[in-house]
Design a protein around this ligand. Structure first.
Ligand SMILES: [Zn+2]
Ligand SMILES: [Zn+2]
Length: 105
């Protein structure tokens, strides 16, 4: 059985790649999984097994694919100011005494 899934989810537990604030990330992904019904074929094919009652535990693959679909450079807003590299102050919430001109080394 080939399982085709399209997923769209709002995932908590992400963080802004600039200011590191916790944020929910919108994930849109799709995947296919092959499930094998014949128990004796499983060792040969090394695919995931469908239990006898036909119930497929989707929690684990869903979570894995959502994590795969999560953007690596999500930011909380397009004009996020990030954090001070000296003291870690979240510059969206307030400034600090440091010079925040960004220097790329
Ligand atoms: Zn941010
Ligand atoms: Zn600072």
């Amino acid at each position: 059985m080939l399982l085709q899934v399209e997923l769209e989810a709002e995932v908590d537990g992400g963080e802004c790649s600039r200011c590191l604030e916790p944020m929910s990330v919108h994930v849109q992904t799709s995947f296919e999984d092959l499930y094998v019904f014949e128990p004796r074929m499983i060792e040969e094919l090394d695919e995931e097994q469908v239990p006898r009652d036909g119930y497929i535990e989707l929690g684990v693959p869903f979570r894995d694919y959502i994590l795969l679909g999560m953007p690596m450079n999500a930011i909380c807003s397009p004009d996020c100011k990030g954090i001070c590299i000296e003291c870690g102050q979240n510059l969206n919430k307030g400034s600090c005494e440091h010079n925040h001109s960004v220097v790329y080394d």
